[in-house]
Write a protein of this length. Structure first.
Length: 101
């Protein structure tokens, strides 16, 4: 398949975005994006939506935030066997930056 303006010698074979042997990182990324939107119940916990009032508790919000963290860790572990180390290093970097800046 050639893109508009692409010479015939530049067009390579089409490869699927997902191969059977690939880790499902794209699927996990989409799952993470879905999870990130789910702490929206915080609006219900603070009664910011006048139509719904207090529809959720802070425990609901805490559970949703934990789901975000778990989904992100599963995605991270899928792309590296050293997910714990990678996360710890990033946490240290963010803490250092926050405490010194």
């Amino acid at each position: 398949m050639r893109l508009p303006g692409q010479r015939p010698d530049q067009a390579g074979p089409r490869t699927p975005c997902l191969r059977r042997d690939d880790p499902p990182t794209q699927v996990l990324t989409l799952s993470l994006l879905d999870e990130v939107g789910e702490p929206r119940p915080s609006w219900g916990a603070t009664a910011c939506n006048p139509r719904k009032g207090n529809s959720h508790t802070w425990e609901d919000v805490q559970s949703e935030l934990c789901d975000v963290i778990l989904t992100a860790m599963v995605a991270l572990r899928t792309i590296t066997p050293d997910a714990g180390k990678v996360f710890a290093e990033r946490l240290e970097h963010v803490a250092d930056r926050s405490l010194t800046g």
